[in-house]
Design a protein around this ligand. Structure first.
Ligand SMILES: Cc1ncc(COP(=O)(O)O)c(C=O)c1O
Length: 506
């Protein structure tokens, strides 16, 4: 049994991990430009030992240079006053340590993955993804969907659907991706606060399961398409219950002052009347989404109390409570269980006398904690008395959340995941902005050096999906790791990919 690392929680079910972690001695080949996207990388299986914290230090690293380590001036406790290793519960479910003391996810040595697929690299724990999807499906029988905007590719859409979820999309691009994954249109829910006529036509001709109507202008566009002979959709009306979700303003959506949804009761009333005329589609129910990264679940009960009288009046058969369940990004943060949330909303509906089929659409809670991002340290800039910058090969282009919301992340070295983190550093990227920060005042082991692989946990949601090719740096690759094998699900975006958009100069 592993000891709890420096007061943190011990790795979960370490005995389970012994069989699935790996020992690899051969150097992994470097990724090449021409690599087929679906190649499976078999990295080896079977572990001989799982070393606990306090055991002998890491035996090897993949770092090329050891030219600079962090100076003593920065070896001071950070804002939390602690210098322990990362809280283990922030790591994906199958996280473990292999015989070399390296962090593993899905039985794969993260240093091997970095060497194999290069960095920056998103590594998803496939079992973690499946487990969370299954929990959501069980908590909302017949009504759970995955909000694809959190992280979408064909592999993710197929995985979520295999685990019993329908898929939420918010654009034609997301819709086509989910269809390309083989998900039936009936299991797709279409969102968007400004769906174009083309997007609506696609949704109607595909006969998607539900169309979530966001505005009266959209009602008019659908009416026209139906009049032209397109199939009438099954509709949920998105309403704003005017409840403050107590989260960051940029991801608050349930208040009246929002670009999303129809105001209750006035605008929603008008939409209902037009739907009842039979020329737009069939009104199935109501939809609300209060916001994202919500820690105080009581706001859902409050919103249900607001929405319930209207839902009864309009004979709604369904209510979608949206998504929004928070995850913990750093030690000590709250991450409510989806089952707790489901019980709460079900109880609130009962109390409000609302007998409806409950739907939900979770993104972050299903995929956020399932992934880590790996970077290579390229430079360390120590400014005595000021700050130590650790510069990595990614940055704001693969994790915009820090710039958008001031989000915070933990740091760890996969070669020494349970080592004390006694140094305080600011991790920045290689993009041309001073705001290109990944982690401000984060904690790392004091022997961090150039060439090290650095890892940020809980980066599975709104990381890749918000990624940009800023500075014409292509988006990272993404792998799903499971049972000692890593499956490339999104290949690295190359300069050739980017140049493909440039119209040839005569
Ligand atoms: C309409 C809608 N539903 C669901 C979600 C998913 O939210 P979360 O990832 O917080 O669960 C979002 C996120 O923005 C959304 O806009």
């Amino acid at each position: 049994m592993l000891a709890a690392p420096h007061g943190g929680r011990a790795p979960r079910t370490p005995t389970h991990r012994v069989g699935s972690a790996i020992t690899v001695t051969r150097p992994a080949p470097r990724a090449g430009l021409g690599r087929p996207p679906w190649r499976r990388a078999r990295l080896g299986r079977g572990v001989l030992a799982v070393r606990g914290p306090g055991a002998e230090g890491p035996r090897e690293t993949t770092g090329e240079g050891t030219t600079m380590t962090i100076g003593p001036a920065s070896r001071t406790p950070g804002g939390d006053g602690r210098g322990g290793p990362v809280e283990w519960s922030l790591l994906p479910l199958t996280a473990g340590l292999n015989g070399r003391g390296h962090l593993t996810v899905g039985g794969c040595d993260l240093l091997e993955l970095a060497a194999e697929f290069e960095t920056p690299l998103f590594v998803y724990d496939e079992l973690h993804l499946r487990q969370r999807c299954r929990e959501a499906a069980a908590a909302f029988p017949g009504g759970a969907s995955y909000a694809g905007k959190a992280f979408l590719c064909t592999a993710m859409a197929r995985l979520a659907h295999e685990e019993g979820l329908s898929i939420d999309v918010a654009s034609a691009g997301e819709l086509m991706t989910v269809r390309a994954a083989g998900v039936p249109a009936a299991d797709i829910i279409v969102h968007g606060n400004n769906k174009s006529r083309d997007e609506l036509r696609l949704a109607l001709t595909e006969r998607v399961g539900r169309l979530v109507v966001d505005s009266l202008d959209e009602v008019a566009r659908i009416e026209q398409l139906v009049a032209e002979g397109h199939p009438a959709p099954d509709v949920l009306l998105r309403v704003t219950p005017d409840v403050d979700p107590r989260t960051h303003a940029s991801i608050s959506t349930g208040q009246v002052d929002s670009k999303f949804g129809l105001r209750l009761p006035s605008a929603a009333e008008e939409a209902v009347a037009r739907l009842r005329s039979g020329t737009v589609g069939r009104l199935r129910g109501l939809h609300m989404h209060l916001g994202s990264q919500i820690t105080d679940l009581s706001v859902y009960a409050k919103a249900i109390r607001v929405v319930a009288p209207h839902a009864r009046r309009w004979a709604a058969e369904e209510l979608s409570v949206g998504g929004g369940v928070a995850v913990a990004y750093t030690a000590g943060e709250a991450s409510p269980a989806v089952s707790t949330w489901a019980d709460l909303v079900r109880g609130a509906c009962r109390e409000a006398g609302l007998d409806v089929r409950l739907r939900c659409e979770l993104g972050r809670a299903l995929v956020g904690p399932a992934a880590v991002t790996l970077y290579t340290v390229g430079s360390i800039k120590h400014i005595p008395g000021v700050r130590t910058y650790v510069v990595v090969d990614g940055g704001m282009a693969d994790n915009l959340r820090v710039a958008l919301y001031g989000s915070r992340y933990e740091l760890l070295l996969p070669r020494a995941a349970t080592a004390a983190r006694t140094a305080t550093v600011t991790v920045v990227g290689k993009h041309c902005e001073s705001g290109d920060v990944l982690v401000r005042d984060g904690r790392v082991p004091s022997d961090l050096r150039v060439g090290d692989i650095l890892c940020t946990p809980v980066t599975g949601a709104y990381g890749y999906s918000l990624a940009t090719p800023y500075n014409r740096i292509g988006r990272p690759a993404v792998v799903f790791a499971r049972d000692g094998a890593a499956r490339l699900v999104l290949r690295r975006e190359t300069v050739e990919d980017l140049l493909r958009l440039d119209v040839a100069i005569p």
